[in-house]
Design a protein around this ligand. Structure first.
Ligand code: GCU
Length: 418
């Protein structure tokens, strides 16, 4: 047996070289999630919630994700579409425009919502942003074709969506399966909130908050996406068909980074699913393989706040790391998933992020991640923190969804287990 797997503390505080297994190939000291910046140890739930958690939240807002505003005072919702027989009668489709200033000519986003049909009581929901527009998650011709900005790509003409994009992302959004399991599905195009390119401060929701720009802890893109996820939840709280106390936030890749930050900052999300979120998501920067801070800061300099750039090339000595972000979700359930071929995200780094967050879950009386070493492929480990690494590459597959739905059944539908 790997000698480091004998002691959990050894993993968390000092990950060292193991010569007999592939588990720990790097030597680094991970900042301890349960030690305050003044050196005091956190030993009670009260200390965690009253002192350490707020300390970590403000650290990550200042150094990495940037500040984000509260819900806009005059925000309003307009349900502009309702079809009671969508998806062959399986679902009710609703589309809602959120006017962030309460005005139709200001920044806005379109929510696409499918609610399982013939269900008498309010249903739990899974909320996530999409990459390619609401119209791409299903071929349903009733979905509004987005008028937002799109990066150049197949069937995008002059940075606008076209009819040919309908349903092109459906394999990652198995609506019928999710709805069949009793969950509403709720999605918004990421570009409605913040277009995924630089110099975007006059687009999306950024013009609403000029005071959060031109500062080192500026409101940045990942944070804006997370903020948008919270605004979707604001709407869901007004919709009687939704059990808004049982809403999971889901995201894949860059949108998995946003889902994790949304779960960390907004405790109303009852469960978090971070699918292959990689660097700036669940992956530990101290696990330096794959994408690091240099690539994030140069290729996607607008995703995180300007302060974060000063940590370029500091990955292995960073004074904070992503296990602390995962811990901010505790004790709510979180599923972190990797794919064997997704080396940019670094599966081992994602697993280690989950593992190193576990002490907080345990402090709060839950199981945390019930493993010390990475599981074989396609073999989920399920605790309050769940993890799997599946075969294949960077994607969201039916295998992933099958695990997420089982996890949601276990923790969202029935009384939550420790
Ligand atoms: C790039 C980027 C990742 C990101 C991914 C995605 O590969 O390096 O950080 O997660 O895009 O969003 O698909």
């Amino acid at each position: 047996m790997c000698r480091y797997s004998k002691s959990f503390a050894a993993f968390v505080f000092q990950i060292a070289v193991c010569t007999t297994c592939a588990f720990a190939q790097q030597s680094y000291t991970l900042p301890d999630v349960l030690t305050m910046s003044n050196g005091k140890k956190v030993t009670t739930a009260k200390q965690w919630f009253n002192q350490r958690r707020p300390e970590l939240l403000s650290l990550f807002k200042k150094e990495m994700y940037g500040q984000s505003p509260a819900s806009p005072a005059n925000m309003s919702f307009r349900v502009f579409d309702e079809d009671k027989k969508a998806l062959n009668g399986e679902a009710i489709r609703k589309q809602i425009t959120v006017y962030f200033t309460g005005k139709a000519d200001g920044p806005q986003m379109d929510i696409l919502l499918y609610i399982p049909n013939n269900v008498k009581k309010a249903v739990p929901a899974i909320v996530g942003l999409n990459f390619d527009g609401n119209h791409a998650v299903n071929a349903d011709p009733g979905i509004k074709l987005s008028a937002s900005w799109f990066d150049k790509g197949k069937n995008v003409v002059n940075n606008r969506a076209t009819e040919a994009m309908r349903g092109t992302n459906a394999s990652q959004w198995p609506l019928e399966t999710i709805i069949g399991r009793g969950y509403a599905v709720v999605t918004v195009y990421r570009g409605d909130i913040a277009p995924d390119h630089d110099h975007n401060l006059n687009e999306g929701v950024f013009p609403l908050y000029p005071e959060l720009q031109n500062r080192p802890d500026n409101f940045a893109t990942v944070s804006a996406w997370a903020w948008g996820l919270s605004r979707i939840l604001d709407y869901l709280e007004t919709d009687k068909a939704i059990d808004s106390k049982h809403v999971a936030v889901f995201g894949f890749s860059r949108l998995g980074k946003a889902a994790l930050w949304a779960g960390a900052t907004d405790s109303r999300f009852a469960l978090v699913i971070s699918n292959e979120s990689g660097a700036g998501g669940a992956k530990l920067f101290h696990e330096t393989a794959g994408e690091g801070i240099r690539r994030l800061s140069t290729k996607f300099p607008f995703w995180f706040c300007d302060n974060f750039k000063k940590y370029t090339d500091q990955d292995s000595v960073l004074p904070f790391d992503q296990h602390m972000v995962i811990s901010l979700v505790a004790p709510r359930p979180i599923y972190i998933a990797s794919a064997e071929g997704d080396l940019n995200s670094n599966p081992k780094g994602e697993f280690m992020g989950a593992l190193a967050a576990s002490p907080v879950y345990k402090l709060l009386g839950t199981k945390g991640l019930p493993a010390l070493t990475m599981p074989p492929v396609n073999t989920p480990i399920i605790g309050r923190i769940a993890y799997h690494i599946r075969t294949g590459t960077h994607n969201v597959t039916d295998f992933d969804w099958a695990q997420y739905l089982n996890f949601a059944d276990q923790y969202l539908k029935t009384p939550a287990k420790p």
